[in-house]
Design a protein around this ligand. Structure first.
Ligand SMILES: NC(=O)c1ccc[n+]([C@@H]2O[C@H](COP(=O)([O-])OP(=O)(O)OC[C@H]3O[C@@H](n4cnc5c(N)ncnc54)[C@H](O)[C@@H]3O)[C@@H](O)[C@H]2O)c1
Length: 334
């Protein structure tokens, strides 16, 4: 494969840093741009060029895109549940960088643009979600992703940009931010158990998800930019092992050999009950393969989290609306 100069936004984050490693391993020149809002310098690959930059700032984006052949845009604040209560800040972070990157991609003749969207764009439709279902987001995070997808399609159509929209779902594994009380259920539980606090479950725990291990998802994401067959495609990426939240919690408690019982909190407003996707297209177009069961993935993530140690919860973005917000967030009980 011909090597390329590749920009990964959000490259110090969880999925972005795994992607940078994969692209570096394949011999590409990788530029990783991240403002460290949710990511960490400890995730930065020593063989990439790391630029601390905020993709909301036009001039920074212009400089960072210079010389780039391919953009993987992962930078975001992926707090879906919190997005009801912090829509101003979260929309700005999740929308403005896309517009800046698209303008520079066109002006600087970028070849290919891969965007990590989310299954949040499907909203509360009946799962499994298929790529040809309409966008019907139920929350501001999903609405911002739907906006970004649409903008990418419009720009690509108008200017002939190769693009792929990926919709990963419930990705977990080492390097996930475990200090953020607002997002990533497995990371939040692991951190609570490490701090001798029982895991919290919102609602009855019968919600279903398909948890996807990061080392399974990463090669598929990396593949998206390099093949003609992925051009103009929307592709779900991740596992089809459907797991109720109660079962995931039990599996984690077993993995961590904890005797604790979960605490049940009232359901969160707007949380989609059942969310999982068809995966056929990612198998066909991206060579996606589920190589880790949830138990296997959890065991790797727990090993990593134990080495990192318990993290002090960090409330990054303040709640702009507190009405109907979970009390554990309002009262910072995490
Ligand atoms: N983790 C999942 O389950 C999942 C599922 C579907 C989609 N996604 C999407 O995948 C992408 C990566 O998610 P993740 O779980 O790795 O999250 P993450 O928070 O670990 O990574 C996002 C990175 O973006 C950076 N960032 C945020 N705003 C920025 C800005 N304005 N400029 C520069 N950098 C900025 C953060 O510092 C962070 O390092 C996101 O777009 C997310 O919406 C994640």
């Amino acid at each position: 494969m011909e090597t390329r100069t590749v920009l990964v936004t959000g490259g110090a984050g969880f999925m972005g840093s795994w992607l940078v490693d994969e692209l570096v391993k394949k011999g590409h020149q990788v530029v990783s741009a991240d403002n460290l809002l949710g990511g960490s310098e400890r995730n930065v690959n020593k063989d990439c060029k790391f630029v601390k930059a905020d993709m909301r700032i036009r001039d920074r984006v212009k400089k960072v895109v210079k010389g780039t052949d391919i953009i993987f845009h992962l930078a975001a604040y992926a707090a879906e549940g919190q997005s009801f209560f912090s829509p101003v800040a979260i929309n700005e972070i999740n929308i403005v960088p896309m517009n800046n990157l698209l303008v520079e991609a066109i002006n600087q003749d970028v070849e290919s643009f891969v965007f990590t969207s989310s299954m949040a764009v499907y909203g509360a439709q009946k799962p499994p979600f298929r790529e040809d279902m309409p966008r019907e987001p139920e929350d501001p995070y999903g609405a911002a992703k739907a906006y970004c997808e649409t903008m990418l399609e419009i720009f690509a159509r108008t200017y002939g940009l190769h693009y792929t929209i990926l919709r990963p779902h419930n990705v977990y594994g080492p390097r996930q931010n475990t200090a953020d009380p607002y997002r990533n259920v497995l990371g939040i539980w692991i951190n609570r158990i490490l701090r001798n606090k029982p895991p919290l479950i919102y609602g009855d725990g019968d919600q279903t998800r398909a948890f996807s291990y990061v080392e399974d998802v990463t090669p598929a994401i990396a593949n998206a930019a390099f093949h003609e067959k992925t051009n103009m495609q929307i592709i779900n990426v991740g596992s089809d092992e459907i797991t109720p939240i109660n079962d995931a919690c039990r599996a984690l408690l077993e993995t961590m050999r904890s005797e604790m019982e979960p605490i049940y909190e009232p359901a969160r407003p707007g949380e989609v009950k059942n969310a999982y996707c068809t995966v056929r297209k990612s198998v066909d177009l991206l060579d996606y393969k589920t190589s880790h069961t949830l138990k296997q993935g959890l065991s790797k993530m727990v090993g990593w989290a134990r080495d990192l140690g318990p993290q002090e919860p960090t409330y990054r973005l303040p709640l702009e609306i507190t009405r109907k917000a979970p009390r554990v967030w309002v009262e910072k009980l995490m």
